[in-house]
Design a protein around this ligand. Structure first.
Ligand code: ADP
Length: 450
């Protein structure tokens, strides 16, 4: 088998966001969690059959530069071994990085490796940076990144704890991360169309400029860019570009028409929601769900005292799951309650206790028959996925923007586990109930497409 697009994402939810857009663009897509370090299992090999795109999710956004480069190159080698025609380095639409990296050093390393192996191939000497996602308010003009109507450095991102963005000029930002010169494709060139954009890229390439920041004001600009760069060995950017690339692969004859790229096997098994997110949107979703469904509140202080609290949660969930669910177990709490627990236990210990409890609940209850699982919270999702030993997810239909249903093959299970991993602020108020309604189940294959 041979895939068309191989993507390397610098974090987990960013990977899902891109994978979701690729499916919406018409590609069958799998997300790998980390680079497969050993030969694929028979389940993994089977799942990769008939797939058009693979997104490898790394944790390379704010780790040391050397680790980010090593992991990204390992992902590149693995994706090229799967036959990827184009490689996409995915980062956040707010260009989250520091003066040391990791966007510049990773792009440089990927380009060097591709140059060494694909010297004859068009575009192996240059790549583009397209972070913009206009429908989400991320635009770029004269190389300056805007979040809504604010410049990046005035958007709140200047206070980010790990990757504060104090400069909106991406040419300047990237120039601090790479020893090479950085170029720009400005809006007036994009407005003249694909040929003018290609000519500008070519002229910059002739000057030896390998990194090119691209302006993007609207969907039309993204379409022009997608057509101009579809044959480059490496592209980089946010998930917005991912939405427009599949149409270009079809134009090039690399990708056929896929009728239902997000089609999953009919789901079966009881329905469970685990929530470790305390974000505003999740708190609203928890309240909405509890108005009509059963739930158990996990208390981190009680978890710290003894195992009894977790045993009570398990007993409660088992009782409700006997009828198929859905049931909710949640640590989600108002900020003052979280703060009080953090003051007593320490922030890290409080978080770890909750994440470990969610992991135990997931692995125990999935082993006992849960087949449809929603997890709310980015870190919480990571904890559950690792407790379940999941290494790959087939991406299904979108539930709400940025959150698709996925399926994971589990050893010894005929039907894969259906899993929706929701980062804190995503999803409408009725997310927890709506998600189960739109998931096709065995014996009920009709569903409402989003
Ligand atoms: P989000 O996507 O909303 O940021 P995360 O799961 O990434 O959600 O992060 C939430 C963090 O808060 C997790 O580490 C979780 O363990 C922790 N947490 C959740 N509930 C509580 C609680 N009641 N007390 C203390 N920490 C909590």
């Amino acid at each position: 088998m041979s895939i068309v697009l191989g993507a390397i994402a610098d974090d987990f939810t960013g990977a899902t966001d891109l994978a979701n857009n690729l499916v919406r663009g018409g590609m069958r897509c799998i997300q790998m969690i980390g680079v497969p370090d050993t030969a694929l299992t028979p389940e993994q090999t089977e799942a990769l059959k008939g797939v058009d795109a693979v997104v490898v999710a790394l944790k390379s956004r704010s780790c040391p530069v050397d680790d980010a480069v090593t992991d990204s190159l390992a992902a590149l080698d693995w994706l090229k071994a799967q036959g990827a025609r184009q490689v996409f380095f995915k980062y956040c639409s707010t260009f989250d990085s520091t003066d040391r990296g990791n966007i510049g050093p990773v792009s440089d390393a990927l380009l060097e490796r591709l140059r060494a192996t694909e010297t004859a191939r068009l575009g192996a000497t240059q790549t583009v940076m397209v972070p913009a996602f206009p429908v989400n308010g991320r635009t770029v003009y004269q190389g300056h990144l805007f979040v809504g109507d604010r410049l990046l450095n005035d958007s709140g991102m200047e206070h980010h704890p790990l990757t504060p963005m104090g400069d909106a000029d991406l040419v300047r930002v990237l120039s601090r991360q790479t020893p090479h010169r950085v170029g720009l494709v400005p809006r007036p060139v994009l407005a003249r169309g694909v040929a003018a954009t290609r000519a500008q890229l070519g002229a910059l390439n002739d000057q030896g400029i390998r990194h090119v920041i691209c302006d993007t004001l609207d969907e039309g600009d993204l379409e022009v860019l997608a057509e101009a760069v579809a044959e480059m060995s490496l592209v980089t950017g946010g998930s917005g570009l991912g939405q427009d690339l599949p149409a270009q692969y079809r134009r090039l004859g690399w990708l056929g028409e896929v009728t239902e790229p997000g089609r999953l096997a009919p789901a079966s098994g009881a329905a469970l929601v685990l929530s470790g997110s305390c974000s505003r949107a999740t708190l609203g979703q928890v309240d909405h769900f509890l108005a009509t469904h059963p739930g158990f509140a996990l208390d981190s202080l009680a978890l710290a005292k003894s195992d009894d609290h977790l045993e009570s949660a398990l007993a409660f969930a088992r009782g409700k799951l006997a009828d198929g669910g859905p049931v909710l177990v949640y640590a989600s709490a108002e900020p003052q309650r979280v703060k009080a627990a953090q003051q007593t236990l320490g922030t890290e210990r409080a978080g770890r206790l909750v994440e470990e409890a969610l992991g135990t609940l997931a692995s125990t209850l999935v082993a006992e028959g849960v087949g449809r699982l929603i997890v709310a919270g980015g870190e919480s999702s990571g904890a559950v996925v690792s407790a379940l030993g999941i290494r790959q997810l087939r991406i299904g239909e979108q539930i709400d923007p940025g959150v698709p249903w996925t399926q994971a093959p589990l050893p010894g299970r005929e039907v894969p586990l259906s899993l929706a991993l929701k980062s804190g602020n995503f999803g409408g108020e009725a997310f927890f109930t709506r998600a189960f309604e739109v998931l096709p189940t065995a014996g009920r294959e009709d569903h409402e497409p989003s």
